[in-house]
Design a protein around this ligand. Structure first.
Ligand code: ASP
Ligand code: MG
Length: 404
């Protein structure tokens, strides 16, 4: 078997832990498998580097920021390869540019375009353990790029896809994907299996475990991904292709996302092309808009409300102020004290009344719903941030069988 293993920051957070990882990798190799390993920086290191950048510059240059933060992974690949060699296992480390993980040039959030496999495959064929730096790549001009926070997961799944690996094991400090954040919801259960689409929709819940982009890769290239704890040998959660029986479960997870700011553009003339102007302007800043509401209006004007990640809010508001004047809107409001709470499940396709039930449960707690959006397998609401935990608990207890 060819296995890709990925170890997150906590798993390589100290010298002892790196030795522990080396042992686990060595065991897999000793069992006769070919092993490629992807590692993150030691826990806290990426944050430390980002803080350093902030000390030198109020708005750190994005290109240099990627040169800086990518060093975290350089440390861990070297230490892990050393530890493996010290144990008598042939191993070598490779940085993103050495593998040639080519990305676009969007610093801090680059997307992988291609991965060269020659060097990886020849190393593996010769029996070496190949240790690859997660989170980093190079653009076509050889500038160093990084893939966004949690990007090592995406490196691992992309490497597994490129190598056509038999499995991609993501070792982390939690033992799988839960039906809700166990810190908020003590009744949360570990899911044995979850479909890609559910995992994608569980976004923030899943994102604590896997970077969302890695799930898209896994889906597109059908990479079998196993999320499990690096501190135990228990099975974790398998990310799998959808199966018919999965529709029997109405809701498989409840999730919340505090990384949202609500922005409202007031009194926008109701004319063709204005939504395109508004969101084109946001998109040109590379900002991802999540929910959007626009109401039909009687008097020829309408309000447009949408949400963006908190970190992009000031850019988005500045853009809206500029656009406001151009299109004759009357004002821009924004509110960072909001959260998105969602229920997700394949079974929503075949069970009626799920939304009504969700709204009743929230109403019963006196929680006002500010925005609603739905997809085939998810219903999300925006509520005041202070209600986040209450909303998650109430929905989880009501919808997840066996909870409470
Ligand atoms: N070290 C990077 C981060 O903290 C990438 C990763 O850990 O996946 O975001
Ligand atoms: Mg992670």
């Amino acid at each position: 078997m060819l296995v890709v293993q990925k170890y997150g920051g906590t798993s390589v957070g100290s010298v002892e832990r790196i030795r522990g990882v080396a042992k686990r990798v060595a065991e897999t190799r000793a069992a006769g498998h070919q092993v490629a390993v992807v590692v993150s920086a030691m826990s806290g290191e990426t944050n430390r580097l980002l803080a350093l950048a902030k000390e030198v510059a109020a708005q750190p240059d994005e290109r240099e920021s990627d040169v800086l933060v990518s060093t975290g992974e350089q440390v861990t690949v070297a230490l892990l390869a050393m530890a493996l060699k010290d144990m008598g296992y042939p191993a070598f480390s490779l940085l993103g540019h050495q593998v040639h993980i080519e990305t676009d040039s969007a610093y801090g959030r680059a997307r992988i375009k291609t991965i060269k496999t020659d060097r990886l495959l020849s190393g593996l064929r010769q029996g070496h353990i190949v240790v690859i730096a997660g989170f980093q790549g190079v653009d076509e001009d050889d500038n160093i790029t990084t893939l966004g926070r949690g990007g090592s997961d995406t490196t691992a799944v992309a490497i597994a896809a490129a190598l056509k690996a038999d499995a991609c094991e993501i070792y982390t400090d939690v033992d799988g994907v839960y039906s809700a954040d166990p810190r908020i919801c003590p009744q949360a259960r570990k899911l044995q299996r979850i479909s890609h689409d559910e995992m994608l929709e569980l976004a923030s819940l899943g994102a604590k475990v896997l970077q969302i982009r890695s799930v898209e890769f896994a889906k597109r290239y059908q990479v079998p991904v196993h999320v499990r704890s690096s501190f135990s040998s228990d099975e974790g959660t398998w990310l799998v292709q959808e199966e018919p029986s999965m529709e029997e479960v109405t809701v498989s997870g409840v999730t919340s996302d505090l990384d949202q700011t609500k922005i409202t553009l007031l009194h926008v003339p109701d004319q063709p092309g204005l939504a395109a102007r508004v969101f084109g302007s946001i998109a040109s800043e590379n900002i991802v808009v999540d929910m959007i509401i626009q109401n039909a209006s009687a008097d020829g004007f309408t309000d447009m409300t949408f949400t963006v990640p908190k970190g992009d809010a000031s850019k988005a508001v500045a853009r809206m102020k500029a656009v406001m004047a151009e299109i004759g809107a009357q004002g821009v409001n924004f509110d960072p004290d909001v959260a998105k709470v969602s229920i997700v499940g394949l079974g929503m396709r075949s069970h009626a009344g799920v939304a009504a039930r969700m709204f009743q449960l929230l109403a019963h707690e006196g929680i006002n719903i500010q925005m609603i959006s739905t997809s085939e397998i998810k219903i999300s609401v925006v509520v005041a941030a202070k209600y986040t935990e209450l909303a998650v608990r109430v929905l989880h207890d009501a919808f997840i069988p066996g909870a409470k």
